[in-house]
Ligand binder design. Structure first.
Ligand code: HEM
Ligand code: HEM
Length: 344
């Protein structure tokens, strides 16, 4: 069924895991996955500098970027709790409930497309969305720029981050600085150490879970650096989950492409730090990772995974939880009498 099985012929990764040939298991794994790079990745049209990272960090934590003055990026992508908000769906402007679960910003730079439905091309495009979304920060680009310009410290930071630009305080540069900061939010994990050659980085149970993850076909959709975040697939490819997990009114990529084939198509979720980011799925309706894994088995593969298999896969997923970035809470520029007042 999976490309993986074809590549293996009659052998299976499971047999490799139990025969303790860690290096063969690694070789197979390297055909589907890649370790996190050890340096900050380069961004398209956006050179990453220390000044820009610091500015982006300030913006990420600044609630004055929202109309109400209440919500910052960190409200829904809390770096103290895995880069998400631990709620089924986010609460935003005016205590409104958004339609989808907040994904983690950790390692998001490695996703080939952003959002559950891939509607933004990169993090810089992405960052402009929540600021303007009525249910998130409910602000306007003009008001963000006016807010930034009202604080001399921000003017200086933009100047230092975008040298040679006549008018560096722009909404585009706001997004670029945030993108640069997000590119630093990467979390090397035991699985990376294993891919990089450390046989003992994974426990035996995790190795068996990795083998199962490949053998049963999970890796045909969840692969690459982020173990997902690369392609789009119908949620319910084999069997649609119930309406509690897959609410009928959110048709995913259909809203982006308006093609019938894209009905209920979502991005195969990136799985790094997945044990830190319950509840699961775009609906945020499943709290137990074991239940989420079992649902994937039936909905995507037509396979009833038994408890032992689920436990092993969940153990493997635990090896994707990395070292969290150490974040010092930033001191933000002080507002002035020119700073637009909070509304709503
Ligand atoms: C999605 C960053 C503010 C809720 C995302 C993603 C990123 C991101 C990178 C995509 C992650 C992925 O696809 O894996 C930011 C930044 C913000 C911000 C930089 C500040 C400028 C907020 C706020 C909320 C929020 C304030 C909640 C009120 C969400 C939700 C999604 C999301 C629900 C998923 C949307 C969907 O897929 O349709 N955000 N975010 N974000 N964010 Fe934010
Ligand atoms: C989501 C694991 C197989 C496509 C997820 C999630 C987990 C997971 C834990 C939730 C992520 C989150 O909430 O952030 C697995 C495991 C698999 C498997 C363990 C094997 C047993 C597959 C396959 C496909 C696939 C084969 C493609 C045919 C997706 C998609 C989502 C997802 C599209 C997002 C669903 C949504 O809209 O909420 N997967 N997966 N998965 N997976 Fe899988």
């Amino acid at each position: 069924t999976s490309i993986w099985k074809i590549a293996l012929g009659t052998a299976s990764a499971m047999a490799l895991a139990s025969s303790a040939s860690a290096s063969e298991l690694r070789d197979y794994a390297l055909e589907m996955f890649a370790a996190l790079p050890s340096t900050i990745p380069a961004l398209k049209d956006n050179p990453v500098t220390p000044q820009k990272i610091d500015l982006g960090k300030a913006l990420f934590f600044d609630p004055r970027m929202s109309a109400s003055g209440v919500f910052s990026c960190n409200s829904c992508h809390n770096l103290a709790t895995g880069g998400d908000d631990n709620m089924p769906t986010s609460i935003g402007h005016g205590w409104q409930k958004g339609p989808r679960n907040s994904p983690t910003v950790l390692n998001a730079v490695f996703n080939e497309a952003q959002f559950w439905d891939g509607r933004a091309a990169d993090l810089a495009e992405q960052a402009k969305g929540p600021v303007q979304a009525g249910v998130e920060m409910a602000n306007t680009p003009a008001n963000v720029v006016a807010t930034l310009n009202s604080m001399p410290q921000y003017q200086e930071w933009f100047k230092a981050s975008f040298p040679g630009e006549d008018d560096p305080v722009t909404f585009d540069n706001f997004a670029k600085a945030i993108e640069a900061y997000e590119a630093t939010l990467i979390t090397p994990a035991p699985f990376d150490a294993f891919l990089n050659g450390d046989d003992n980085a994974l426990t035996d149970e995790q190795k068996e879970g990795l083998a199962l993850f490949m053998d049963t076909g999970c890796a045909s959709c969840h692969n690459g650096v982020n173990i997902g975040g690369t392609g789009y697939f119908p949620f319910g490819l084999i069997e649609k989950p119930g309406a509690d997990v897959l609410p009928p009114d959110d048709r995913g990529r259909f809203a982006v492409t308006e093609t019938a084939d894209d009905s209920y198509v979502f991005r195969a979720a990136p799985l790094r730090n997945i044990d830190q980011t319950a509840p699961y799925f775009h609906s945020g309706k499943v709290w137990d990772l074991k239940v989420a894994v079992a649902i994937m088995g039936t909905s995507q593969l037509g396979t009833e995974l038994n408890d032992d298999e689920v436990d092993k896969i969940v153990a493997f997923l635990g090896s994707l939880t990395g070292e969290m970035p150490q974040v010092t809470y930033p001191v933000l520029p002080t507002e002035t009498l020119d700073t637009p007042r909070p509304t709503g």
